[in-house]
Design a binder for this molecule. Structure first.
Ligand code: UDP
Length: 249
């Protein structure tokens, strides 16, 4: 499996892997076939880089991850500017359906955890329609208290799912993985997918193509979900630190 391991670079001290959707997908499958303990796939974007620099638990969960996809355009831009490598964006919201498609072809068992109850159920329905034969062996909404968690872990374990998609938002989903991975028995791959169930369920729209083509998906999210404003103050911080890093290189 090590020969398939993607090249890993560091941006402001936070690791990220040089992958495309297709190399990421092949690596994920390799993990499913060859490991017997949970491996995490996390999305790296400027906001998470800034957060991980001051939140040790988030930082450790990133360090422990098997695959770190360049989810944000800021990561791609920074890698180029710092001469660390050329890469394209691999949005988590695109990798998840790609994994679902591969899982439907190969019969891998999936579990969807997270989102509001109706979003979670709707996402399962949409995926079953989109990928005939897909084995979604269990699902659960994401509003689970700590005392209820052992019951959910039991549900995941008895479902015999091998792939777990977890949509609790960041850093909750990363911290969940750090805490509960040792209790998962059959999961081999766990992808943190943030708001992707909302997109699949159709309650949140992805940015129109023109925004995606111009790499302005972040701007669209900011306009359409103004509550994200305070989270996005990380962006100018990130740009400043990258430029500083470039100047002092
Ligand atoms: N969520 C959840 N449980 C919680 C808090 C949030 O399941 O306790 C879900 C929420 O319903 C939404 C997702 O987590 O579907 C967070 O989406 P967001 O776009 O904020 O993710 P991020 O940008 O942090 O990756």
């Amino acid at each position: 499996m090590d020969d398939m391991k993607p090249k890993r670079i560091n941006i402001l001290g936070i690791p990220v892997d040089c992958v495309t959707i297709s190399t990421a997908l092949n690596y994920v499958e390799e993990i499913i076939l060859k490991t017997n303990k949970p491996s995490s796939i996390l999305a790296i974007n400027p906001e998470k880089i800034i957060k991980a620099k001051t939140e040790p638990l988030l930082y450790y969960s990133i360090k422990h991850a098997q695959l770190l996809i360049p989810d944000g355009i800021g990561v791609v831009w920074a890698a180029r500017l710092l001469g660390l490598g050329k890469m394209k964006r691999v949005p988590g919201a695109e990798l998840m359906p790609a994994i679902c498609e591969r899982a439907a072809q190969k019969g891998y068992k999936l579990f969807l955890f997270g989102g509001k109850a109706e979003v979670n159920t709707r996402a399962v329905t949409v995926l079953r329609k989109q990928y005939p034969g897909i084995k979604i062996v269990g699902h659960h909404h994401g509003y689970v208290s700590k005392p209820e968690m052992p019951k959910l872990i039991e549900k995941i374990n008895t479902s015999k799912a091998e792939v777990l998609f977890i949509a609790l938002g960041s850093p909750t989903q990363e911290l969940w993985m750090e805490e509960y991975f040792p209790k998962l028995k059959n999961i081999k791959v766990c992808q943190g997918v943030g708001g992707t169930f909302d997109v699949i369920a159709g309650t949140v729209r992805r940015a129109p193509l023109i925004f995606r083509k111009l790499s302005l998906e972040w701007l669209y999210r900011l306009i359409s979900q103004p509550r994200r404003f305070f989270r996005q103050v990380a962006l100018p911080k990130f740009v400043y630190q990258i430029l500083l890093c470039r100047l002092t290189q």
